[in-house]
Ligand binder design. Structure first.
Ligand code: SAM
Length: 234
């Protein structure tokens, strides 16, 4: 059985898709999708030898070698042009995910959907979508084992469409998540705010260089944004 986190990613893979799961580790996601007859083909890409071997073992022991091709290589280098219609990248930082997408841009021609699950810095992905004409079509936030995860789904389209007047807040909080303000969202941003407040107070004791002044100003602005978002939520 998949974790809730990977099940949330799986939910957005279109029926019959040709998938590339990059950083697949054990290949749990493509194996689950193949067993449930959601995908017709998948590439499980891995840059590290250990996880690559573990993916290969799992695919073999599940009898899925006809459907899932396990490949060793960096990011989208393992994907041939026109091979994938949907890409999943889960369980990494948002900036690593955008580095992989940026480096593999020429492989995205045949891809109509990206499903990305950054562990941190979802803002990097929203910014990359905006700059590369991918439209954020939906987002989810979930809590599992005390950790909070975001899943972002993009399709080619109007990258500005999900955002209203305040782009900065939209990029930070996620336009869909901000609007829904679910429990996990409130929890995540309350945590972040307490963290920033702690750093802000620590910097009070630091020597007053331009750097600490700027840092405090930046933190103050971020704290103010979160306060605004969480207002009326007690
Ligand atoms: N996607 C799985 C999940 O969400 O459960 C595994 C996540 S695991 C924490 C991250 C995996 O990404 C590791 O196995 C790592 O080797 C792989 N990885 C990191 N950078 C990569 C890259 N540039 N290309 C392919 N795989 C990469």
């Amino acid at each position: 059985k998949l974790s809730d986190r990977l099940a949330t990613v799986a939910k957005y893979v279109p029926q019959g898709a040709k998938l590339a799961d990059i950083g697949s580790d054990h290949a749990y996601l493509p194996c689950h999708l193949a067993k449930n007859k959601v995908i017709r083909f998948a590439i499980a890409g891995e840059v590290a030898v250990g996880p690559y071997q573990s993916a290969q073992n799992n695919v073999q022991s599940e009898g899925l070698t006809d459907i899932i091709s396990v490949r060793l290589g960096d990011g989208l280098a393992v994907v041939e042009p026109d091979e994938a219609e949907c890409i999943t990248i889960a369980g990494m930082g948002g900036s690593l995910i955008t580095t992989i997408l940026e480096a593999g841009k020429e492989k995205l021609g045949s891809v109509s959907r990206l499903i990305l699950q950054p562990n941190i810095s979802a803002i990097s992905i929203r910014k990359w979508f905006l700059e590369n004409n991918w439209e954020l079509i939906t987002e989810e936030i979930i809590e599992e084992d005390e950790k909070i995860y975001e899943v972002l789904v993009g399709e080619k389209g109007d990258p500005k469409k999900p955002y209203s007047t305040n782009l900065e807040m939209g990029l930070l909080f996620g336009p869909f998540l901000h609007q829904r303000k679910e429990e996990a969202f409130i929890k995540k941003w309350s945590r972040e705010m307490r963290n920033w407040q702690r750093i802000y107070e620590q910097l009070e004791g630091a020597p007053p260089s331009q750097e600490t002044i700027d840092k405090r100003q930046e933190l103050k602005e971020k704290i103010k944004m979160v306060e605004e978002v969480l207002r009326n939520e007690d």
